[in-house]
Ligand binder design. Structure first.
Ligand SMILES: CC(=O)N[C@H](C=O)[C@@H](O)[C@H](O)[C@H](O)COP(=O)(O)O
Length: 229
């Protein structure tokens, strides 16, 4: 899929992240596929999926849905853990992802390679790269390294970005200002439909929502907490 095709598919629309980590009640590839079908039925323009050992989820979802798949693997929860190596990225492409989500922070990577090496390898294999960043500087560096899409995924999850409960709309706006022609994805803590609309106003090309749509344990806890006030 070309970048133009991807942008045509997702511009102004929603991407749903369908992930279930180890230990979660929904941790099962067939269940993740059902989540993806439900998301598409609701209007998702693309599906983001994968996780620890996530290649089977990416493969199964890519085979099952007609919308583009943004795939990833995870290796732990510290340092560079989202599709952290060139080999991991190539495995995600081989599983059928049109786009590979990759940590694009400038922290040391487990294979000692640069983010740009992953970009080159993914392009060579015929797929696109979504750069998961936590700051404006990382977004600029990722664009310079050839990333096709810049996502705010890691804002609040690196030691050098601000931890907050709200989505980082300021980062969306800063990326749009600095990179007027870029494909900017708002991702991370978008919990309300109104947040998604605000992200597009702030300059996002598209928005990824995960937990608030696909994690019934998290949704239940929100309602349960409301009764404990
Ligand atoms: C930081 C990190 O590891 N984010 C992950 C990236 O794939 C997922 O755990 C998130 O669910 C995803 O980014 C969507 O965000 P939210 O679930 O907040 O809508």
């Amino acid at each position: 899929m070309t970048l133009d095709d991807f942008v045509r598919a997702v511009r102004g629309r929603l991407i749903v992240s369908c992930q279930a980590p180890a230990g979660h009640a929904l941790r099962d590839t067939a269940t993740v596929v059902r989540m993806a079908h439900a998301a598409v039925a609701g209007g998702a323009a693309a599906i983001r999926c994968g996780g620890v050992g996530g290649v089977p989820d990416v493969r199964a979802v890519a085979e099952a849905v007609d919308v583009p798949v943004v795939g990833l693997t995870k290796d732990g929860t510290e340092g560079v853990y989202i599709t952290p190596t060139v080999a991991a990225a190539l495995a995600v492409v081989a599983a059928g992802a049109a786009v590979v989500a990759v940590d694009a922070t400038q922290r040391p990577r487990p294979d000692g390679r640069d983010f740009a090496d992953t970009v080159a390898a993914v392009h060579e294999a015929g797929a696109l790269v979504m750069a998961d960043v936590s700051t404006l500087d990382e977004g600029l560096a990722a664009a310079h390294a050839g990333a096709d899409v810049i996502a705010t995924t890691l804002s609040g999850y690196t030691p050098h970005s601000l931890t907050q409960t709200e989505p980082d709309l300021a980062l969306v706006g800063a990326l749009r200002h600095a990179l007027p022609g870029a494909v900017i994805v708002a991702e991370g803590r978008y919990h309300q439909p109104s947040d998604v609309a605000r992200a597009v106003v702030a300059g996002a090309t598209t928005v990824v929502v995960g937990t608030a749509i696909t994690d019934p344990a998290w949704i239940t806890a929100r309602f349960a907490e409301a009764l404990q006030q």
